[in-house]
Write a protein that binds this ligand. Structure first.
Ligand code: ATP
Ligand code: MG
Length: 449
């Protein structure tokens, strides 16, 4: 066994005021019952940096049943690796038993935190599984992903325990994978995405050997189940650092394995100008998150896939299809292709497609059509999307100005605005039916492609 470096309380800056009261309660209860009781992972990393952690992960040498007995508000989750959730209202403190290094390839290739409901090896009794999955503190440290994510904060004496020189990397701002980079990414390709995410969020540099295999192993990302990718993509782009993350993903050749159609569209210049809608959308998303405004995956995916949809639509129109049918067809095709890599739940893919179809419907303003669009619950998101298209130089600014004015105009002005865009003789009836129709929803949109 290697002796870890111990950083005593006077040599680090973890302030207990940044630790949630509930996490402290859990830590003390475990300690008072005679078990090892430590914080670990992202929360220790963030505390050492003086940042407020998102959530708190506790580790102990107690087994799940022993942990559960200590808390009335606890339940055991997971099957292959069981851990305990202690619930305090909306906050959940996760308590895990020290975990061993996966011994066989099936375990090694599975995500480190299996989804709560994942059921595997139903027929193996828990005690036998326990023997294989629980380990020592050192084993628990070295099976983690990055050195800065493998620090422990011991509630007994408030020291930080470090088996992997994580504290040095933390001080220098370096993200370094634990162990052999290539085999760690083969075990779990998502670690490449995590590296980029942490580098963007913390402003850290990815150490050379840690980044070296990215380009070569990036294709492994396509073997990650789309449902897990969906979760990871949200962490990448809804964490408040989407723009940096996106740039790093592209820099390392990872992005093309998440959004291949988008990557292709970015390589195509538009009349000599690079296409900027995606970076602009991500910058908007970051700004909204920093202002505590809500964000939705529907908008994120609408932006990511817009260029491919637009390109496909244009091809279909060039072949004689009308714009509405072309848009619908293009949306279906692009979505179907994208779902091979990342699943998008229907509750987001349906509004995503509505945002797209609105882009054509915004043109149709005669008669009652403008009022109908304005009343539609998707209006706001679609209008924001239109603004984004104008900013990136793709859509017509005059149309956007019209809609901006129409939203705040009084009755009288609205009537005048509509009259001005209604063809002489009010010939809008024939078009109205098509124009206000929502494109049919295709079965291919389900979570699993
Ligand atoms: P965040 O601030 O995003 O929550 P985090 O470091 O806490 O970052 P989590 O996904 O919450 O990340 O995971 C908690 C800890 O579990 C990590 O710090 C790391 O030690 C370990 N871990 C998570 N995922 C993996 C993985 N795929 N491979 C190895 N270790 C992992
Ligand atoms: Mg975490």
């Amino acid at each position: 066994m290697n002796t870890p470096a111990i950083i005593p309380r006077e040599l680090h800056f973890i302030s207990r005021t940044l630790i949630s009261e509930n996490a402290l309660k859990v830590l003390h209860r475990l300690k008072d019952a005679g078990y090892a009781s430590l914080l670990v992972g992202g929360c220790v990393r963030d505390l050492m940096l003086g940042r407020e952690p998102k959530d708190f992960d506790v580790v102990t040498d107690a087994r799940p049943e022993q942990i559960r007995k200590l808390f009335h508000n606890a339940r055991i989750i997971g099957r292959r690796f069981r851990l305990v959730h202690v619930r305090f209202g909306r906050e959940i403190v996760e308590v895990a038993t020290y975990r061993a290094i996966p011994r066989d390839i099936t375990e090694a290739s599975s995500p480190i935190e299996p989804p709560e409901n994942e059921v595997t090896e139903n027929d193996i009794p828990a005690e036998i599984m326990d023997h294989n999955v629980y380990g020592t503190q050192e084993e628990d440290a070295v099976r983690r992903d990055f050195t800065v994510n493998a620090l422990y904060y011991d509630i007994r004496d408030f020291s930080v325990i470090d088996y992997v020189e994580g504290a040095v990397d933390l001080k220098r701002g370096i993200l370094r994978v634990i162990g052999n980079p290539e085999s760690r990414y083969r075990e779990d390709p998502v670690r490449m995405l995590r590296a980029v995410r942490f580098a963007a969020k913390l402003g850290f540099k990815i150490e050379e050997n840690t980044a070296a295999p990215f380009r070569c192993l990036a294709p492994l990302l396509t073997s990650v189940p789309p449902a897990r990718m969906y979760e990871e993509v949200l962490k990448l782009f809804h964490g408040g650092y989407a723009l940096e993350t996106f740039e790093l993903l592209r820099h390392y050749g990872l992005f093309r394995h998440l959004f291949p159609l988008t990557e292709n569209s970015m390589e195509r210049e538009e009349e000599g100008f690079p296409v900027t809608l995606v970076p602009r959308a991500l910058a908007n998303t970051d700004a909204r998150i920093n202002e505590n405004k809500p964000v939705t995956p529907a908008f994120l995916y609408a932006a990511m896939l817009w260029e491919p949809v637009r390109h496909k639509t244009r091809e279909l129109v060039a072949n004689g299809m009308n714009i509405y049918d072309a848009r619908t067809r293009a949306a279906e095709q692009v979505l179907r292709e994208q779902l091979r890599f990342i699943s998008i739940p229907k509750r987001f893919s349906v509004p995503m497609r509505e945002i797209w179809s609105f882009q054509d419907r915004f043109e149709r303003r005669a008669g009652m059509q403008a009022y109908r669009l304005l009343e539609n619950k998707r209006f706001r998101a679609a209008y924001d999307f239109l603004l984004l298209r104008v900013e990136s130089g793709e859509a017509n600014g005059a149309l956007t100005d019209w809609w901006t004015r129409f939203q705040t105009a009084g009755d009288h002005e609205r009537r005048a605005m509509i009259a001005a865009v209604t063809p002489a003789g009010g010939k809008s009836k024939r078009r109205r039916r098509r124009g206000t129709r929502t494109p049919p929803v295709n079965k291919d949109e389900s979570t699993t492609p």
